[in-house]
Design a protein around this ligand. Structure first.
Ligand code: ZN
Ligand code: ZN
Length: 250
């Protein structure tokens, strides 16, 4: 199926997201959120295969896809971020990007829950033989932005991650100054826009903390928050996000 058709389907399908179908065999079937074909899950196997995963060669610190097998990208070597590593399953590209936007902008919570399940499954597999962080910190939105949007997508994902992995969530981090919309700014402007924009009035007693976000673009937001977490006592900060924007789209 063409990409355009998938995207169009997502928007038109929102009005048709109906109750699951109970087939004669008794198996529950759904309409795929993207192509609207019947499917075992909320996204059919074909559409899930269209989600581009992060390539094997990527920066160990910021998760940026790299052409060669090296441990860190030039940017992380030049200016080491305050976070230590990132765990991100997908590239921020259609049709996944469309689904994330639809969840955030149109409050499509079925899409949000489906994305959460993909996120949690990836994290569970990744940490099968690795020690998990002991605290989840969703990236806070400024209260004005959260009021306008009606919810914070990072908290939405954190709740699902916390339930499945049994890790507490810390919601005390605050975005203390309203910043312009990041998507219209370049990397330098983003860093300037974000400096000192987070506060955390507590001391962390858990050494390993995970920042939760939906999409990492340049890493400026997560870096600003990671700085505050380290200043508050965290020894290791890992970034968990559902998707990473490739360099050419930043
Ligand atoms: Zn589908
Ligand atoms: Zn990097």
């Amino acid at each position: 199926m063409q990409k355009k058709t998938l995207i169009q389907s997502l928007y038109t399908a929102s009005s048709r997201v109906s109750a699951p179908l109970l087939t004669l065999s008794g198996l529950v079937k759904h309409h795929c959120l993207l192509c609207h074909n019947t499917s075992q899950g909320r996204i059919c196997e074909f559409c899930e295969q269209q989600f581009l995963t992060i390539p094997t060669h990527c920066c160990h610190c910021c998760g940026l896809p790299l052409e060669y097998e090296v441990s860190h990208c030039g940017e992380c070597i030049k200016n080491k971020p305050a976070f230590d590593n990132t765990v991100i399953p997908y590239l921020y590209q259609a049709p996944l990007s469309t689904m994330i936007r639809h969840f955030k902008e149109n409050h499509h919570f079925i899409a949000g829950k489906t994305l959460s399940q993909l996120f949690v499954t990836y994290i569970e597999n990744y940490y099968q033989y690795r020690p998990l962080p002991q605290l989840l910190v969703p990236v806070p939105l400024h209260w004005k932005k959260q009021w306008r949007r009606g919810f914070n997508q990072a908290i939405f994902f954190s709740v699902h991650l916390s339930d499945r992995l049994n890790i507490p969530i810390l919601k005390k981090a605050k975005r203390i100054k309203y910043s312009n919309d990041q998507k219209y700014l370049n990397k330098k402007q983003r860093q300037k826009n974000l400096s000192h924009y987070f506060s955390l009035n507590t001391t962390l007693t858990t050494p390993h903390v995970a920042i939760i976000d939906d999409v990492v673009t340049t890493g400026s937001t997560t870096n600003a928050l990671a700085k505050v977490l380290k200043q508050s006592g965290a020894k290791k900060v890992t970034v968990w996000a559902l998707a990473r924007t490739p360099k050419e789209m930043q």
